[in-house]
Design a protein around this ligand. Structure first.
Ligand SMILES: [Mg+2]
Length: 119
């Protein structure tokens, strides 16, 4: 499967969240289009939302509105369109929410992704 496809990233996210002891629920809200693809519940009563996209694709205006609403409520919402960004997210969640020690911090990985994308 294409490693930059939304489907692949979604599967990988679910596996990652499961490995953290959480659940990445498929998130569908009847009557409200544009909510993020996955609602990830993590140990310790933590919830984050993830919108998955094929590489280079951006959220639609409707999705941006819902992402904004959730952020305004104080939730973290992540848009993931590559395995590198998924790695950043995974590292961030493990560090921030699970208090796990990670070899490379989410911030450092994010900087690596930014450098690669700005080339
Ligand atoms: Mg999506």
């Amino acid at each position: 499967m294409n490693k930059d496809s939304e489907k692949y990233l979604e599967r990988k996210l679910c596996a990652e969240v499961k490995a953290m002891g959480g659940i990445a629920y498929k998130f569908v809200s009847p009557g409200r289009r544009g909510v993020p693809d996955r609602m990830c519940v993590l140990p310790g009563g933590r919830v984050v939302f993830v919108e998955l996209k094929s590489y280079g694709k951006k959220p639609t205006p409707l999705q941006e509105i819902e992402i904004g609403r959730l952020k305004d409520l104080g939730f973290e919402v992540f848009v993931i369109d590559s395995t590198e960004k998924l790695e950043v997210l995974s590292s961030h969640l493990r560090q921030k929410y699970l208090g796990q020690w990670v070899t490379v911090s989410g911030k450092e990985l994010a900087e690596q992704v930014a450098r690669r994308e700005n080339k």
